[in-house]
Design a protein around this ligand. Structure first.
Ligand code: 7LV
Length: 336
């Protein structure tokens, strides 16, 4: 008997994939399609004053539909819990991938970094900042596509409102946190994200952190200095990019717009980074809608399409996405 009544008949819950301050993430099966999903289960009692972080993450996940952001399928709130059902990323954490390979060739680092820049450029274009970028929050799919997760600390940078955050939440991990952020100075989420991306690029290319020390105070000093070791194997272009991202003074730091045009990012690529979403909320896959219309007993496929377009993030939304995922993986799309 699964502990979670509300999931009965919709999902079969399996082992834990991992946990964090919020609760736990479990592997599950979407029963109608037999597709794997990940379910983030949050216990309201455990959260206490952190409850708004769930609302923040939900708003972000609802609005940020992008090929390099973990997809929200379904959202259930009960009296004492939240259930956030999302696409399952079977490739695991980017962190483990780097550790296994020690460090990546520049071409492979570029393959992943272009996808991260795409996700963050999109997040910023929608008026958000992630604010907790680190390898643990980058997952991989079976075909090595990068998926950004964990928007619990993200912030809406309202257009026009000066996005000056104070250290309201001890944002992310200090090793990836921008100097202005750890000094508790007012900072801009977008600029802090660019710094964290610089740290991430360094870990991809070097297999180590640019600023590290067991003693937190010494690590902070290293971050404020902005001086980091550049191994000989780094190409001049990659060093130039790292230095432009790891600028201590935020105003001198490269912008995401300039980053998209940077030569290192576009080396050997004919196309610039496609940072806008390739998903179209108004385009519904007809094959999937047809199969669903039969199951939901609707007269026509078009009726089903109109229902799906409501995007209620209910079981219908998750059935649509689960079937779409099957189709994209060349499996037939059938419902019992
Ligand atoms: C270390 N963190 C604080 C939590 C950890 C929990 C397991 C999770 N995971 C893993 O660690 N695998 C190894 C497998 C895995 C597979 N698919 C996943 C799909 C989504 C998510 C996910 C997790 C969280 Cl906390 C989110 O906010 C969002 Cl939007 C998405 N995590 C997944 C996930 C990675 C993060």
């Amino acid at each position: 008997m699964s502990k979670y009544e509300v999931l009965q008949g919709f999902y079969a819950v399996h082992d834990e994939l991992g946990s964090g301050g919020f609760g736990k993430v479990r592997l599950a099966t979407h029963l109608l399609t037999n597709q794997k999903v990940a379910i983030k289960i949050i216990d309201k009692k455990q959260l206490g004053h952190d409850l708004p972080r769930v609302q923040t993450e939900m708003d972000a996940l609802r609005n940020l539909s992008h090929q390099n952001i973990c997809r929200l399928y379904h959202y259930i709130e009960t009296e004492d819990k939240f259930f956030i059902i999302m696409e399952y990323c079977s490739g695991g954490e980017m962190f483990d991938y780097i550790v296994r390979k020690e460090r990546l060739e520049e071409s492979e680092a570029r393959h992943f970094f272009r996808q991260l820049v795409s996700a963050i450029a999109f997040v910023h274009s929608q008026g958000y900042a992630h604010r907790d970028l680190k390898p643990e929050n980058l997952l991989l799919t079976e075909d090595l596509h990068l998926k950004l997760i964990d928007f619990g600390l993200c912030a809406k940078t309202e257009k026009g409102r000066i996005d000056k955050h104070h250290l309201d939440t001890c944002c992310g991990s200090p090793a990836y946190a921008a100097p202005e952020l750890i000094q508790g100075l007012p900072y801009k989420g977008n600029e802090a994200d660019v710094w964290s991306m610089g740290i991430l690029l360094y870990t991809l290319l070097v297999g180590a952190l640019p600023f590290e020390d067991d003693n937190m105070q010494i690590m902070y000093k290293k971050i404020q200095s902005g001086c980091f070791y550049e191994p000989d194997f780094l190409s001049p272009l990659s060093r130039q990019l790292l230095r432009s991202m790891l600028q201590v003074v935020p105003e001198r730091r490269i912008s995401i717009k300039k980053l998209l045009e940077h030569d290192w990012l576009n080396l050997k690529y004919t196309q610039p980074v496609k940072w806008n979403t390739i998903y179209d909320k108004n385009f519904i896959d007809r094959d999937v809608a047809r199969v669903m219309s039969k199951y939901y007993g609707l007269e026509t496929t078009d009726q089903m399409i109109e229902k799906i377009k409501e995007w209620n993030f209910d079981y219908m939304t998750s059935t649509y996405y689960a079937l779409l995922h099957r189709k994209r993986n060349y499996q037939e799309i059938v419902l019992p």
